[in-house]
Design a protein around this ligand. Structure first.
Ligand code: HSE
Length: 365
């Protein structure tokens, strides 16, 4: 039985990954070895086919014993451990949620409903590093896979509405702290007129007492139109990733331009995106709808009607599921080749853990 080392299994993406292994009965297919720095040597949780002791995530010797390592530990871990392991001659398969190695020439960004061939070819030709894509990129490709597969997209703009979860567990909790703070303030002003309550709350949101150690700024009742660091083009790094990662996943000969503004909003766990798509040619809306619908089995096509949109095309409907609803699909008044669409996906599932899980299974098989 193949040995799979799992690093970062207690973090947010790691926990979702462990959950998916359990739900799908994957633990039958390999022997798990849990790695951790803080828990090394302790008894491992009682999980089917799992080594009884937690191993040391910094021990090259123990890591080298693995056939596969799947890590959700973050970029610093990858940068510290991966080169040492490879230099020590480890030839196993490294599957990673962090972005550190995504754009390496010898690494494949994995999203098998879109690039299964690329992954299979990579596995067969000796590629050893398989990296999960950025969450918004993976979710965008999942939603629009039917149009990408058909080669219909000339360029597109994606405006994102990214949940607090994308910034990490502490940020998720901070959003809730911010909401609680606001709710307490509302309780203190319960019977005042709306604009007076607003004034009180606004003053508190902008005061130093407002909880914002992680985001640095108020997110609740506001939004933050910048995610990650700045790159030379004036884009944020999150915006820069859209084009480079999507084109790498799709293996395009000619780059499909993709750009937009990435915005953090007060959703807890799902990332949403609004697309403006320039089609290469005029295609009737029925054909477009059926291409989107049939893109992959997780797409849920949402009719462009108010009721269905508000009940099915929301983070509230999607959180904790693998659904990828796509809706607001219509030709734009800009011209017949301009398409509007809106899509949502769970940032921790298809946006992070699920492509890694599926790659591991492909590699084992
Ligand atoms: N960079 C993403 C975010 C996390 O900040 O939402 C998922 O890759």
């Amino acid at each position: 039985m193949k040995k799979v080392g799992i690093v970062g299994w207690r973090g947010m993406v790691g926990s979702v990954l462990m959950d998916r292994f359990k739900i799908e009965g994957d633990h039958k297919k390999f022997k798990s070895y849990l790695f951790s720095t803080s828990l090394k040597g302790e008894k491992a949780p009682d999980i089917e086919n799992t080594h009884e002791t937690v191993l040391d995530s910094e021990s090259l010797e123990e890591l080298s014993e693995m056939d596969f390592i799947i890590t959700c530990q973050g970029g610093d871990y990858t940068k510290a451990i991966h080169p040492k392991l490879r230099n020590a001659g480890w030839k196993g398969i490294w599957i990673d949620a962090a972005s550190a190695k995504r754009m390496d020439e010898e690494a494949i960004i994995v999203l098998d409903p879109l690039n299964r061939d690329q992954i299979e070819k990579g596995l067969n030709s000796g590629i050893k590093d398989f990296i999960g894509g950025n969450c918004t990129v993976s979710l965008m490709l999942m939603g629009l896979s039917g149009l990408f597969k058909e080669g219909l997209i000339e360029w597109m703009s994606s405006m994102t509405y990214q949940a607090a979860s994308g910034a990490g567990a502490k940020n998720m909790l901070e959003l809730l702290d911010q909401m609680q703070f606001i709710s307490n303030e509302y309780d203190n002003n319960k019977n005042a007129a709306a604009l007076l309550v607003e004034k009180e709350i606004q003053a508190k949101i902008n005061s130093s007492a407002f909880p914002q150690n992680n985001f640095g700024y108020p997110l609740a009742l506001s939004l933050l139109p910048w995610i990650d660091t700045k790159v030379e083009s004036g884009q944020s790094r999150e915006e820069w990733k859209a084009q480079v990662e999507a084109n790498k996943i799709l293996g395009t000969d000619k780059t499909i331009p993709i750009d937009g503004t990435c915005v953090r909003v007060g959703a807890l766990r799902c990332h949403s995106q609004a697309f403006t798509i320039k089609l290469k040619k005029s295609v009737d809306i029925e054909t477009i709808e059926s291409l989107i619908r049939e893109g992959n089995e997780w797409v849920e096509f949402v009719e462009n009607e108010k009721e269905t949109t508000l009940s099915k095309l929301t983070p509230a409907h999607v959180s904790g599921t693998l659904k990828i609803p796509v809706g607001r699909v219509r030709k734009m008044t800009l011209g017949d080749q301009f398409l509007n669409a809106f899509s949502i996906g769970d940032q921790l599932l298809w946006g992070a853990a699920e492509p890694l899980r599926r790659t591991l299974l492909m590699a084992i098989e």
